[in-house]
Design a protein around this ligand. Structure first.
Ligand SMILES: NC(=O)c1ccc[n+]([C@@H]2O[C@H](COP(=O)([O-])OP(=O)(O)OC[C@H]3O[C@@H](n4cnc5c(N)ncnc54)[C@H](OP(=O)(O)O)[C@@H]3O)[C@@H](O)[C@H]2O)c1
Length: 275
C-alpha cells in the first residue's frame, strides 16, 4: 500500500488523482479549504470501500502557519510518503494579501508548494519510489517574476498574478532538484493541458466563457491525470527534475526553468523553512 498526500485534492485533477489512488488500494490524505468538499471526498472514498485509507485535512494553504500545521500533522500521522501532489489553485480577480504579506496567488501556487515540498522531504525520502508532483503550467513562457514587486501592489491583475505564480512554481521545481542532488525523491513539474476543471472559483463572465470553451476543447479529468499516474508509477531515468507537458518531456533549457532565477527565488524564500 502506497501513501500519498494531495494538496488541493477535493476538486478537479487533485480529486481525480486521490480517487484513483484510493480505488487501487493506496492511502491518501487530501488537503483542501472547504469542509463540505472534504466531506464529499470522504463519502466518495467510502463508496469505493476506502474509508479507512482516506483522510481529509482542512487547511487554508494560502497561510504559512496552516502549511506548517499540515506538515506537522502529516509527520505525526505517517513514517513515510510515496508521493506529494500539489494541485491547489484559486483565481483571485481582485488582489488579496495574506496575513503573511504575500499576494494570495503567489502564496498558494508558490509558497505553499515550497513549504510542503521541503517540509515533507524527510518522509518522502523514506518512501518507495517517491515523487513530488507539481501540477502547473510548465512550458508556458508567458509572465514573469516581478522581482521588485512580488506582492503585485502595483498594477494587479488576476492573469498577471496567475502567470507570475506559474513561473515561480516552475522555478521551485528547478531549485528543489538542484538543492537535493542525491535525493531519492523525484520532482515532476507537470502541465496537464486544458482540462475540464478549475472553473469553480472563476467569477462571471470569465466562468461562463471558460466553461463554454471547456465543453468543446477541454479533456476530462480522467484523461488529464493518466500521464501523471504513469510518471509517478514508472518515472523515466534516474534522479533530477522531470518537466512534462502531458506526455511530452520539456526542454530543461527553457528560459522559464533558468537555474539562476530559481536560486534567486530560493534565496528570497529559504527563510520560510525555519520552523
Ligand atoms: N484546468 C486546467 O485546464 C489547467 C491547465 C493547466 C494547468 N492547470 C493546473 O492544474 C492544477 C489543478 O487545477 P484544477 O483545474 O484541478 O483545479 P481545481 O479544480 O480548481 O481544484 C483546486 C483545488 O485547490 C483547492 N484549494 C483552493 N484554494 C485552497 C486553499 N486556500 N487552501 C487549500 N486548498 C485550496 C480546492 O479545494 P477547496 O475549494 O476546498 O479549497 C480544490 O481542491 C492547478 O495548479 C492549475 O494551475 C490546470
Amino acid at each position: 500500500m502506497r501513501t500519498y498526500v494531495v494538496a488541493g485534492g477535493t476538486n478537479g485533477m487533485g480529486r481525480g488523482l486521490a480517487l484513483r489512488f484510493l480505488s487501487r488500494g493506496d492511502r491518501v490524505t487530501v488537503v483542501g479549504s472547504d469542509p463540505a468538499k472534504g466531506r464529499r471526498l470522504l463519502d466518495e472514498a467510502a463508496g469505493l470501500g476506502a474509508a479507512e485509507r482516506a483522510a481529509f485535512l482542512r487547511a487554508d494553504l494560502t497561510s504559512v502557519a496552516e502549511n506548517v500545521r499540515v506538515i506537522k500533522e502529516i509527520r505525526a500521522r505517517h513514517d513515510a510518503l510515496d508521493g506529494l501532489v500539489s494541485t491547489a489553485i484559486r483565481h483571485f480577480p481582485q488582489r488579496v494579501e495574506t496575513p503573511d504579506g504575500y499576494e494570495a496567488t503567489f502564496a498558494l501556487y508558490y509558497v505553499s508548494r515550497f513549504l510542503l515540498a521541503y517540509g515533507l522531504t524527510g518522509l518522502l525520502e523514506r518512501g518507495e519510489n517517491p515523487m513530488i508532483v507539481n501540477v502547473c503550467g510548465v512550458g508556458v513562457t508567458k509572465g514573469r517574476l516581478h522581482w521588485d514587486d512580488l506582492s503585485l501592489r502595483r498594477g494587479y491583475g488576476g492573469i498577471k498574478a496567475m502567470l507570475q505564480g506559474g513561473r515561480a512554481t516552475d522555478l521551485l521545481g528547478v531549485a528543489y532538484a538542484a538543492n537535493h542532488p542525491d535525493a531519492r525523491t523525484r520532482y515532476l513539474l507537470h502541465h496537464p493541458g486544458f482540462t475540464d476543471s478549475g472553473t469553480d472559483t472563476l467569477k462571471q463572465p470569465a466562468k461562463a466563457v471558460i466553461k463554454l470553451l471547456a465543453r468543446f476543447a477541454a479533456q476530462p479529468v480522467e484523461k488529464a491525470i493518466a500521464p501523471i499516474v504513469g510518471l509517478m508509477d514508472d518515472p523515466p531515468g534516474e534522479g533530477g527534475l522531470l518537466a512534462y507537458d502531458r506526455r511530452r518531456p520539456l526542454d530543461p533549457s527553457l528560459p522559464s526553468l533558468d537555474p539562476a532565477a530559481a536560486r534567486r527565488l530560493y534565496d528570497l524564500t529559504g527563510h520560510l523553512l525555519r520552523f
